[in-house]
Design a protein around this ligand. Structure first.
Ligand code: HEM
Length: 463
């Protein structure tokens, strides 16, 4: 009797790779295609074929995928950290010290978690900018943009709740300052803050609440929304990049996701993981002395991603700086895709040649005007003193807000006329002005505010 020959390939790497996928037969008809998709894990996340131009790295910069990678690193390192951490004021700080000294690779684990969390805020924000500037939010992707805004908020919330867990001075006071912003919400602000903190101030109950939010509620919500987001990207397909003249950078042919897209994602994920690992080996996550509720540092600053808001608070009445302006900005951000847009500009970075020139002007305007206004308000302009008959909420709230909105309207009109631009291009330049303004406020808050929150040079802040 002759032995039946195994029809599979001889080479071991090929056999290992083949064994990863359940179904290797090429599809011959629609039913076959469905079977192929059902039997392949990758094709549950990606479509089976993608448009070749979308593979260009300089279109997406891999930012959505990098956000996912960071979430995966955070989940992995977070679960391991849970083995070495107890969320109680007596134990939390000593657990941090033990992580640095006695737990095997504890410091590296903490560094990886800390830096990945901070990087996720930056990368998610950059991904939002990429989607905005390439018009990736247009029909049918409007709702995916809204989901994205929700995820950005969750990412910030995850960072904020995690900030408290080391229970050092930095954590205690940053959360005290950050949560005090809530008190400015009329009527519900104070009860809401008490509910979140588990009392009137940051305490052991806050640590328990934040721990629950940080390790369970926020990650699970983020996971749910992220799955929905990725499923929508798969169903809506990625927007297709175009040159500035509207032509395609290369013929819009379809290629199979495996290996064309998956191999690129794999290499990118490997390189990024390597870089994050290297950074975490060299740079330790900060840890100050143990939290001391009786000794507030000067200045007491919020976490860096809230410093733009804290800076706003120095210039506006708290209700406006902490609530009205941020809420208006968030609603406007979420509604961006529901405006009328020039559909032909989809997939073109900054929409047009003119859009690019306007973007440069808007960046310069933001870089000049924001510090100028901060200096004006800090040293020369005192609205409550100038308008003594008005209550401060009007003199320092409604009046500067109205002035700001008028200024933005003026900028819009000047840009539209000077460049003979479309509404779409002009709105884009307004968005850029606001984004640059917010980033500059954050930098001023982080690097140029020292003792008593006075303006000073960064080296004086550090000294
Ligand atoms: C944790 C946060 C996020 C994750 C994990 C994530 C993930 C992804 C991935 C993997 C893609 C496809 C590839 C790419 O563009 O890189 C994508 C596309 C997209 N994302 Fe996100 N995203 C996040 C946040 C956001 C935010 C903040 C927004 C906007 C507010 C957003 C809106 C979109 C839209 C509209 C698309 C489709 C873009 C197009 O077709 O060009 N996402 N996202």
């Amino acid at each position: 009797m002759t032995a039946e020959l195994d029809p599979r390939p001889e080479a071991l790497p090929q056999r290992v790779w083949d064994s990863v996928q359940r179904d290797q037969l090429p599809p011959v008809d629609d039913r076959d295609r469905m079977r192929l998709v059902m039997n392949n894990l990758v094709l549950h996340i990606h479509p089976s074929k993608v448009s070749k131009p979308t593979l260009r790295f300089t279109y997406t910069w891999g930012l959505g995928g990098l956000s996912l990678l960071l979430i995966a690193i955070l989940a992995g390192t977070g679960v391991l950290l849970m083995f070495a951490y107890t969320p109680s004021p007596d134990q939390a700080y000593s657990d941090m010290l033990a992580l640095q000294s006695t737990v095997w690779y504890g410091q590296l684990l903490r560094n990886l978690h800390h830096w990945s969390g901070n990087l996720l805020v930056v990368v998610t924000f950059l991904h939002l900018l990429r989607v905005f500037f390439t018009g990736g939010f247009r029909t049918p992707r409007e709702f995916n943009w809204v989901l994205g805004v929700a995820m950005l908020l969750l990412v910030v919330a995850a960072n904020f709740t995690g900030y408290l867990l080391p229970w050092d001075q930095l954590a205690y006071w940053a959360v005290t300052v950050g949560s005090s912003l809530m008190s400015y919400v009329p009527l519900v602000g104070e009860p809401l803050r008490n509910f979140l903190l588990g009392g009137p101030e940051v305490s052991g109950a806050t640590l328990t609440n934040f721990y629950g939010l940080h390790v369970a509620i926020i990650p699970l919500t983020l996971l749910g929304i992220a799955s929905f987001h990725i499923w929508r990207v798969r169903k809506d397909t990625l927007s297709i990049p175009h040159n500035v003249d509207g032509s395609l950078p290369e013929p819009n042919t379809k290629v199979t996701t495996v290996p064309h897209l998956v191999s690129r994602e794999f290499v990118f994920a490997l390189v990024m993981t390597g870089l994050i690992l290297m950074w975490s080996v060299w740079v330790n996550a900060p840890l100050e002395e143990a939290a001391n509720p009786d000794h507030s540092p000067n200045p007491a600053k919020a976490a860096w991603y809230f410093m733009g808001l804290q800076e706003l608070l120095l210039h506006f009445h708290p209700t406006f700086g902490a609530i009205v302006i941020p809420v208006l900005a968030l609603v406007a951000l979420a509604l961006i895709p529901y405006q009328r847009f020039d559909l032909s500009a989809e997939g073109i970075w900054f929409r047009s040649r003119r859009g690019r020139q306007m973007a440069v002007v808007a960046v310069i305007a933001g870089l000049v005007l924001t510090p100028a206004l901060v200096l004006l308000d800090e040293y020369w302009l005192d609205l409550p003193e100038l308008l003594p008959s008005l209550p401060t909420i009007i003199a320092n709230g409604w009046v500067p807000l109205a002035a700001l909105l008028l200024g933005l309207l003026g900028f819009y009109e000047i840009m539209r006329r000077a460049f003979r631009a479309t509404a779409c291009e002009t709105r884009q330049s307004l968005f850029i002005l606001l984004v640059v303004g917010f980033v500059v406020l954050t930098v001023i808050g982080v690097a140029f505010r020292g003792e008593g929150m006075a303006l000073m040079w960064p080296w004086e802040v550090l000294s």
